[in-house]
Write a protein that binds this ligand. Structure first.
Ligand SMILES: Nc1ncnc2c1ncn2[C@@H]1O[C@H](COP(=O)(O)OP(=O)(O)OP(=O)(O)O)[C@@H](O)[C@H]1O
Ligand SMILES: [Mg+2]
Length: 381
């Protein structure tokens, strides 16, 4: 798929922007702080309803403005669509598809698909497990939008069960019917957590199996395939003892229930939910050593890149090319890695590239060139 038109009103540093885009490569260059990343951040937001840089919407609205509006016209295998998002920090955002309001914003997910590489991706390798879980879940939603609902259901149940654990923890001294009632309530929430968690866990494990060969291949391609330096990935579940061949939702639900039963006492003690997809880890390795804590800067960066490239390949295989966004990626790579990366992405349906220094972008990625200066975008001559 590709974007044919992008429109922004009061988004970040852009008061008003309307930009025609074509398939193929488009490069945005300009000095630091002129609005290159702001632009691709808007594209990512239209695809995921979230920013790759900030967790709240407030910084996305132009200083002094009340709301921001983002629009993209998208053309792909399913025809053309107009996606619009109105950001109202502190209040509900509004989403429209082909000018019709969507009561549930998440129903827009899947209309525009993107894979965004950015310097922030280093946290995928070096950051907390939560970053890697989010990577998996975001990709899961991109491959199958129904997971947005499953993810929201799980979050809701988890929140309620955690609140219950906290309040029940203070009641362990109870005896008789009062105690039985607390136990019965907890049992009911265990069942709900297992029911909501099992499809998410199954989805993640299936995704991991599909993604693994692509990550291995992409890492080899980007790093040049030095012997003994292969990338690996492994899903470590808080509820299971192994990571594969366990993708049956019903069996996972049973396993989650059993694991919850086993940790009830310590959960009451600590007031936190100790088992479930929210406690799992996507383990990454390079050359057999854990990437987090062992991999060099360049290796970590290549691995993060491999995760994104693999995501692109997977989405391409399943459906159609997502819009590929490379924010400031080339400046971080040595010449060999730059050229190999360029070779891997040159044939994508649409590639949006930002670079402070245009010379950092390899020649095979020539395309439409724009310059960004103080929130104004002009065609480079
Ligand atoms: N909500 C906002 N309102 C107004 N200006 C904003 C807002 N958010 C960010 N900016 C401005 O946008 C600029 C940053 O833009 P952006 O991150 O796109 O830069 P860039 O061109 O990608 O730079 P670099 O090359 O350093 O990555 C900053 O000057 C910042 O002050
Ligand atoms: Mg930038």
């Amino acid at each position: 798929m590709h974007i044919t038109r992008l429109g922004l009103t009061d988004f970040r540093s852009y008061a008003e922007l309307s930009l025609e885009l074509g398939a193929g490569v488009t490069t945005f260059s300009g000095p630091n702080g002129e609005g290159k990343t702001n632009l691709v951040e808007a594209v990512g937001y239209l695809a995921t309803l979230g920013s790759h840089r900030v967790a709240t919407d407030t910084p996305l609205v132009r200083q002094g403005a009340e709301r921001a509006v983002l629009r993209a016209a998208v053309t792909g295998a399913n025809g053309s669509a107009l996606v619009e998002v109105e950001l109202n920090p502190g209040r509900a955002n509004r989403v429209r598809l082909n000018r019709a309001p969507l009561p549930r914003p998440r129903d827009i997910l899947g209309t525009l698909r993107t894979v965004l590489f950015a310097p922030e991706d280093l946290v995928l390798v070096k950051g907390d497990p939560g970053e890697r879980r989010r990577f998996l879940d975001d990709l899961l939603v991109a491959t199958a939008p129904r997971y947005a609902g499953l993810r929201a259901d799980y979050e809701r149940v988890l929140k309620q069960r955690t609140a219950l654990l906290k309040s029940a923890g203070g009641k362990t001294h109870l005896r008789g019917p009062a105690r039985e009632s607390v136990t019965a309530t907890l049992d009911a929430w265990d069942a709900q957590l297992a029911r909501a968690g099992a499809p998410l866990l199954a989805g993640r494990m299936r995704l991991l199996a599909a993604l693994r060969p692509h990550v291995e291949a992409a890492y080899e391609a980007v790093s040049g395939g030095r012997p003994g330096e292969a990338a690996g990935m492994n899903y470590r579940s808080s509820a299971l003892n192994n990571d594969g061949g366990f993708e049956d939702v019903a069996a996972l639900e049973v396993a989650l229930l059993k694991a919850l039963d086993g940790v009830r006492a310590s959960e009451l003690d600590r007031g936190v939910c100790l088992v479930g997809p929210h406690r799992d880890e996507l383990e990454l390795s390079v050359g057999g050593l854990p990437a987090r804590g062992y991999a060099s800067h360049g290796e970590s960066w290549s691995l993060a890149l491999a995760l994104r490239l693999a995501s692109f390949t997977l989405l391409r295989e399943n459906h159609e090319d997502p819009v590929l966004i490379l924010d400031d990626v080339f400046a971080e790579l040595d010449a060999g890695r730059r050229d190999r990366l360029a070779g891997l992405v040159a044939d994508a349906e649409q590639v949006l590239i930002t670079a402070a220094v245009p010379a950092d972008v390899p020649d095979v990625l020539v395309g439409a060139r724009f310059e960004v200066h103080a929130g104004v975008i002009s065609r480079a001559s």
